[in-house]
Design a protein around this ligand. Structure first.
Ligand SMILES: Nc1ncnc2c1ncn2[C@@H]1O[C@H](COP(=O)(O)OP(=O)(O)OP(=O)(O)O)[C@@H](O)[C@H]1O
Length: 257
């Protein structure tokens, strides 16, 4: 039976007078794509930030692979296999595509600095390995031919895929995607949807995504959490969530009755 990779229990976050999240209970299952949706200001990004360790909840606990991680800082969560992408692209624009992706491998594949300084055989082997894995990730997102291009010269859609390739190169167990389709056109969004499903199936990893594009969410998600004003208003499969009157009222702008 499938088990949760991530668990949130009673998560609350307050920013001054704003209750951004109130008592959120939520599980993301292994090898599944879980979407977090909701209207503007619902608390989606805040929840993603709590999961990745960038925001500390005022209440509640988090588990990752069954272990408590509530007090674990963001970088330790990343070492443990939780890797995220950002709504505003965070690529190194003056570096090449390949150099950007190799950044994803570091941390996982690293040696004490003196190995690199002295260019020991071990450090050269490691460099080869990093390069091979980075190229593999680029190939997976269909960008192997762009490896030597400077990142800032890529079209926006390709920059988004570059960020995804870098995240993949870190070999995550849980991939957190913050609005991966933002700024993409319809054709690029289709490519992205196929890619995210292929990532789940090929790498056997779990994905949590925050996304506004409902077509994408309904097409690729195994499970959806719907937030509104910091509260959970619905959870379930795309089919269940789509016909939930609370979701229709709050998110899709319909009537509850
Ligand atoms: N750092 C902060 N300081 C103060 N208030 C914040 C902060 N971050 C978020 N908020 C508030 O918390 C609430 C939830 O914001 P959040 O960004 O998580 O929503 P969201 O669902 O991701 O919205 P959007 O779809 O517009 O990105 C909002 O009312 C927002 O204004």
């Amino acid at each position: 039976m499938n088990s949760p990779i991530l668990g949130c229990s009673g998560i609350s976050v307050r920013f001054g007078g704003v209750q951004a999240l109130a008592d959120i209970h939520f599980e993301a299952m292994r090898d599944e794509i879980t979407a977090i949706i909701g209207p503007n200001g619902a608390g989606k990004t805040t929840l993603l930030n709590v999961i990745s360790g960038m925001v500390t909840p005022s209440h509640g606990t988090l588990t990752f692979e069954g272990r408590g991680i509530t007090a674990l800082p963001a970088h330790e969560r990343a070492w443990g296999g939780m890797v995220r992408t950002f709504q505003n692209l965070e690529i190194f624009s003056n570096m090449t595509v390949l150099e950007n992706v190799t950044m994803g491998c570091h941390g996982r594949l690293s040696l004490p600095a003196w190995h690199s300084l002295l260019r020991t055989p071990k450090s050269r082997r490691l460099e080869d390995e990093v390069r091979r894995e980075a190229l593999e990730a680029l190939d997976f997102v269909g960008m192997a031919d762009l490896a030597s291009v400077t990142a800032k010269d890529l079209a926006f859609g390709k920059q988004r895929l570059l960020e995804l390739a870098r995240a993949l190169a870190a070999r995550p167990k849980l991939l957190l995607l913050d609005e991966p389709a933002a700024g993409l056109n319809i054709a690029e969004t289709q490519v992205l949807a196929d890619l995210i499903m292929r990532i789940r199936d090929t790498y056997n990893l779990s994905v949590i995504l925050v996304e506004h594009d409902m077509e994408l969410v309904m097409r690729i998600s195994d499970s959806i959490l719907v937030l509104c004003f910091g509260q959970t208003i619905s959870r379930g499969t795309p089919a269940q969530v789509q016909k939930d009157p609370k979701v229709i009222a709050a998110y899709l702008g319909g009537d509850e009755d």
